[in-house]
Design a protein around this ligand. Structure first.
Ligand SMILES: Nc1ncnc2c1ncn2[C@@H]1O[C@H](COP(=O)(O)OP(=O)(O)OP(=O)(O)O)[C@@H](O)[C@H]1O
Ligand SMILES: [Mg+2]
Length: 462
């Protein structure tokens, strides 16, 4: 009925050519509560960083092949958001100064103890990740999307992560509000403390109250022992109040007090508790309209929306559809254990042309349906058309007939033509941009323009 998950801690990459020492550093970091992985060379370190899943690098200065200083330079240039701590057995002040000047976040001279290492890592993560003004990342903690509205959402998320204020995430269903909430938590100082989600819509009021605030033994029949609520479980971390627009008026009052003063009482107890949690709320409902017609308290609304962030619907960030689709395909391939199922350019363009009222969730489900339905075969425009039709109730199970397929092909062609016209008008005739919007190559774009007799003007220059 509800879910809660402990937020994952920072991931640290360790580069040291001494396998034993590397293993020791990994063990020390893990004991300090971090996730860590060891590689032997700078080159394999760079490869590991490509995955985008590391938050900090600890590297030995002396390495065979590419050395620690060169690695530091490469990381500063490519992953400016990943702080680097240098280690050396041959420590000297000039080397330390050199590394710090080149942008190292810290320096440790062997032998150092575990506490020193943990202190350096904490300091680097705190001072680096959220104090540096940095451009939004392409893949911010699993948030895919590079279209202008997504870039501005990511910039807002990065700013919100530095603050303690309550964030209200708004947007249609499936636009990634929960993904955004987790990204804020993972970028914030609270990242090593829990991220606890409560789906307010799933619980009737009395249950929601005891889930949030907990209860004491004897509070009601069946309360045989004290049970902490989600607020207490989120202590020091982030409490994600999902579907906040669905809570009842009496619960709205209790939440207001929690948000305003951080105070609450477990069910059956009169002693007031204080919470140290950061609140993030989300809703797909039109809270403004709900406030206007008295369904939602305006004081709670203002308290919640200190930092409002709107997640754009997928139909306004169509150029992100190819990336999202490819990542979904990759994930599914991994789960199925087979080769990556591919998608043809026509198939991609048909996806890009679809409106996706269910947004990213609908896209993910559609891709999964196609991979299962077509058993990993290349997904082309007709297959996308077929799978889209299967969402509609008039289509039942079973393979499509030859006549069905012919009509699907015709629809797919028509869909392509419409998508092409739309992309060209959106890009004001800029063909490179139109091809990007459609997720197809320029060559395919030209082929289509010829096929649909839209081929006018010179081909070069744009
Ligand atoms: N920008 C994104 N990058 C990668 N995956 C995304 C993105 N946005 C959404 N998703 C994926 O889409 C699905 C729906 O996202 P999420 O649950 O965060 O949406 P939501 O806005 O909370 O929807 P609802 O209002 O229905 O609860 C999830 O599987 C999520 O991983
Ligand atoms: Mg959600």
């Amino acid at each position: 009925m509800y879910s809660w998950r402990v937020g994952s801690s920072a991931r640290i990459l360790v580069v040291d050519d001494d396998a034993d020492l590397g293993a020791v550093v990994v063990a020390q970091l893990e004991r300090a509560g971090y996730g860590a992985r060891h590689v032997l060379t700078a080159e394999s370190g760079l490869e590991a960083l490509e995955s985008g899943s590391f938050d900090l690098l600890v590297s030995d200065l002396r390495l065979p092949g590419m050395d620690g200083m060169a690695l530091l330079g490469a990381v500063r240039a490519r992953w400016s958001d990943v702080p680097v701590i240098m280690l050396t057995a041959h420590g000297s002040i000039p080397l330390a100064v050199e590394a710090m000047t080149a942008g190292a976040a810290g320096f440790l001279i062997k032998p150092y103890d575990r506490a020193e290492l943990a202190a350096q890592v904490d300091k680097a993560l705190c001072s680096h990740a959220w104090h540096a003004e940095r451009p939004p990342e392409r893949n911010l903690h699993g948030m895919i999307g590079n279209a202008a509205p997504m870039r501005s959402v990511k910039a807002d998320i990065t700013k919100a992560a530095r603050a303690q204020s309550t964030v209200l995430l708004r947007g249609e269903t499936g636009t990634g509000k929960e993904v955004a909430a987790r990204a804020i938590h993972r970028q914030s100082k609270r990242r090593t403390a829990p991220f606890v989600a409560v789906h307010c819509a799933a619980l009737p009021e009395p249950l929601l109250e005891s889930e949030l605030f907990g209860y004491v033994k004897g509070a009601f029949t069946g309360a045989t022992h004290d049970r902490p609520g989600r607020v207490a479980l989120a202590e020091g971390g982030t409490l994600f109040l999902d579907e906040i627009g669905d809570i009842q008026p009496s619960m709205q009052v209790k939440l207001l007090r929690l948000l305003q003063r951080g105070e609450y009482e477990p069910v059956g107890e009169s002693r007031t508790r204080r919470a140290d949690v950061r609140f993030i709320a989300a809703t797909h409902r039109d809270l403004d309209a709900m406030v206007a017609n008295g369904e939602f308290r305006d004081d709670l609304y203002y308290r919640l929306s200190v930092i409002p962030i709107w997640l754009p619907p997928l139909r306004v960030i169509r150029e992100d559809i190819p990336d999202l689709a490819r990542v979904s395909l990759k994930r599914l391939a991994k789960e199925r254990g087979g080769p990556d199922p591919s998608i043809s350019e026509g198939g991609m363009a048909r996806l890009v042309a679809h409106d996706f009222p269910g947004n990213v969730r609908e896209l993910e489900n559609l891709i999964e349906r196609m991979v299962v339905l077509y058993d990993g075969a290349t997904i082309d425009a007709a297959k996308v058309e077929h799978a889209l039709r299967r969402q509609e109730p008039k289509y039942t199970c079973g393979a499509p007939s030859a006549a069905d397929l012919a009509s699907l092909d015709a629809d797919a062609e028509d869909g392509k033509r419409r998508a092409l016209v739309e992309a060209l008008s959106k890009s004001k005739g800029n063909r490179s941009r139109a091809a990007r919007l459609l997720g197809i190559s320029r060559r395919t774009l030209y082929n289509w323009m010829e096929r649909f007799e839209l081929d006018s003007g010179p081909r070069t220059g744009q």
